[in-house]
Design a protein around this ligand. Structure first.
Ligand SMILES: [Zn+2]
Length: 305
């Protein structure tokens, strides 16, 4: 699932392609927007808020925001304007200028609101780990707000970190990798984890997410090589790079919204309460291994990897 860094990278690509230009083409295959005509609108700015994309438009003096969310596997891609668009059932939005065409596929949400009403869509989000306001003073910085919330949160650490109302931007990749990097047990109650440890996790994740938002490659090392992206994410059944014991995957959260977290029991304080400890085959090892691993990873609630 795209996380805050990927969404920020996407927003920057859309801003570079569409910013300041007038839409000569706008086709939205979305039931509630079937009658909407955005041709002639000028793109003021495309920004990310957590995992949400806000495409701000000026349509004859009217300030509008086209809001989208990538959910599990949505994408926005930019192509040259002269390239013809091939429609399929996943393509939900086409926004074109004289120079470029943006293609929104498998989008999880698409709404149009007055820009003044954006808070109806994103007002519930906690402080965004990728914004300047995360660290700058002038009101309490987002980091302090998030840390205060986490210090009172009675849920497992990973579940609290994934809750976009607590802080916005983290997904399962960065939560798994952050907990591993800082040797924290993702299932330990958030309020019981020492504040310095939680702060260290967030301070570890932020610069790496900012780098990933610049490069488009979600990677803890900065390298886009497949074996250098992460230390535990999607590596269950493989040896831990630190201790050599097997990395595992288990669920966190409440059905039907459980999420999968990858971790090393030996480095991170033992088995998860949701982990039966049975052997887990590496993801993608063989066809049948992959099926059984996905079953154990997705659990009864059907949360996807
Ligand atoms: Zn380990």
């Amino acid at each position: 699932m795209p996380e805050g860094d990927t969404v920020a990278w996407t927003a920057a690509r859309l801003q570079a392609a569409l910013g300041g230009a007038t839409l000569t083409r706008a086709e939205l295959r979305w039931p509630s927007l079937a009658q909407t005509d955005l041709v002639g609108a000028r793109t003021v700015r495309v920004v990310a808020r957590g995992k949400h994309l806000l495409h701000r438009l000026d349509l004859q003096g009217q300030a509008l925001t086209l809001h989208s969310h990538l959910r599990m596997d949505g994408t926005w891609r930019v192509r040259p304007a002269q390239e013809s668009v091939r429609w399929d059932h996943r393509l939900r939005a086409v926004l074109g200028t004289a120079e470029a065409t943006a293609l929104g596929r498998s989008l999880g949400m698409l709404d149009l609101v007055a820009t003044a009403d954006e808070d109806r869509l994103v007002g519930h989000l906690g402080p965004d780990i990728l914004t300047r306001a995360w660290q700058l003073a002038g009101g309490p910085p987002g980091r302090e707000i998030a840390l205060a919330r986490l210090s009172r949160d009675g849920r497992p650490l990973a579940e609290a970190l994934l809750d976009q109302r607590v802080l916005a931007g983290l997904g399962t990749f960065w939560v798994s990798e952050g907990c591993f990097a800082r040797r924290l047990n993702p299932w330990r109650t958030a309020s019981q984890v020492p504040a310095d440890d939680v702060a260290a996790l967030l301070d570890w994740a932020r610069p790496r997410m900012l780098r990933s938002a610049r490069t488009g490659a979600q990677s803890v090392t900065g390298l886009a090589r497949r074996d250098a992206l992460g230390a535990v994410h999607a590596l269950s059944g493989r040896p831990c790079r630190r201790c050599g014991r097997p990395v595992r995957v288990a669920l966190v959260g409440v059905a039907p919204r459980e999420r999968t977290i990858f971790y090393c029991p030996a480095c991170q304080g033992g088995l998860a309460p949701t982990d039966d400890g049975r052997p887990q085959a590496p993801l993608g090892a063989t066809r049948s291994d992959r099926r059984s691993d996905r079953r154990s990873a997705s659990g009864p609630g059907g949360a996807q990897l």
